[in-house]
Design a protein around this ligand. Structure first.
Ligand code: PYR
Length: 291
């Protein structure tokens, strides 16, 4: 929740140093990202789908569900939020509404992609893309729709898996020409492809999706800096970490019959309520006769 979010995000993306944006799927995760000292938080569609409905990222959530999550995440932190806006949820007219809804929700920027609807996670099989011209129209519509000129529009292409890397690069050029602020060439499959994209778009803010377990080979921070990537997403580290932690705790409770032993390994009740701002809320309650 930061009125200067778009301008701050733009400034961060213009620096030589890449910005790392861990993915979250809820407000609590966003607070943890802020506590850990990151400068930006990313709302993952993959994680939002997994968390809200316990299902895979195959286009099952509505725009309203995604925007609602983005609004809650943004309200919980001071950091600029970048949100996944999938395909824009329809055609260019839908994109206009989508951009305005995300902007009103307070996020600093979004990415929209050229998949057909329903989309699939960029690292799954079976993707399809719309014609490049259709996506160019969506990018143009998005640029015109934003009310704050600093609101960051990231154009993503999923064409690598469908049409190959040359076509993906060609599409990215067209989306840049249409007014995108940053480019996200999703699911590159080799070091050579990563280096080609980096060379092709030198000087343009480029997103590297450090998709945990996905199709893109891992790259370390220094190499990504040398290559000129400006935004590094690690979309599902927190989702996978939470899954493992919950699974382990649940197995122990199931074995023991109560949480008596696991509580010793968990954050204390007071520590947790402090973290989520109970002292501040109590203070406000006293001030306004609501405590
Ligand atoms: C996601 O986390 O959903 C992305 O699209 C990267």
């Amino acid at each position: 929740e930061d009125v200067d979010g778009p301008a701050r995000l733009r400034e961060l993306l213009s620096r030589g140093e890449p910005v790392v944006a861990p993915g979250v799927y809820d407000a609590l995760g966003a607070r943890l990202v802020e506590e850990a000292g990151f400068g930006v938080v990313y709302m993952t569609g993959f994680g939002t789908t997994a968390s809200l409905i316990g299902r895979p990222d195959v286009g099952l959530l509505t725009m309203s569900e995604m925007v609602g999550n983005a609004r809650r995440i943004d309200s919980a932190v001071e950091l600029p939020v970048i949100a996944d806006a999938d395909t824009g949820y329809g055609n260019a007219l839908n994109v206009i509404r989508t951009v305005r809804e995300y902007e009103t929700a307070g996020v600093a920027g979004i990415h929209i992609e050229d998949q057909v609807a329903p989309k699939r996670c960029g690292h799954m099989e079976g993707k399809q893309v719309v014609p490049a011209e259709t996506m160019v129209d969506k990018v143009r519509a998005a640029v015109q729709a934003r009310r704050n000129p600093d609101f960051v529009l990231i154009a993503r292409t999923d064409a690598r898996a469908v049409e190959g890397v040359d076509a993906a690069i060609e599409r990215a050029h067209r989306y840049l020409d249409a007014g995108a602020d940053a480019l996200f060439v999703e699911a590159l499959q080799s070091d050579e492809e990563i280096e080609r994209v980096a060379a092709e778009f030198a000087g343009v803010p480029l997103v590297f999706n450090w998709a945990e377990g996905g199709k893109t080979p891992p790259k370390d921070f220094d190499r990504l800096r040398q290559l000129g990537f400006r935004l590094i997403l690690c979309p599902i580290s927190t989702l996978l970490a939470a899954t493992r932690a919950m699974r382990e705790v649940l197995a122990r409770i199931a074995a023991d019959g109560t949480p008596a032993r696991v509580v010793a390994d968990l954050p204390g009740f007071g520590e947790f309520t402090d973290f989520i701002g109970l002292p501040e809320v109590n203070e406000l309650g006293k001030q306004f006769g609501a405590g």
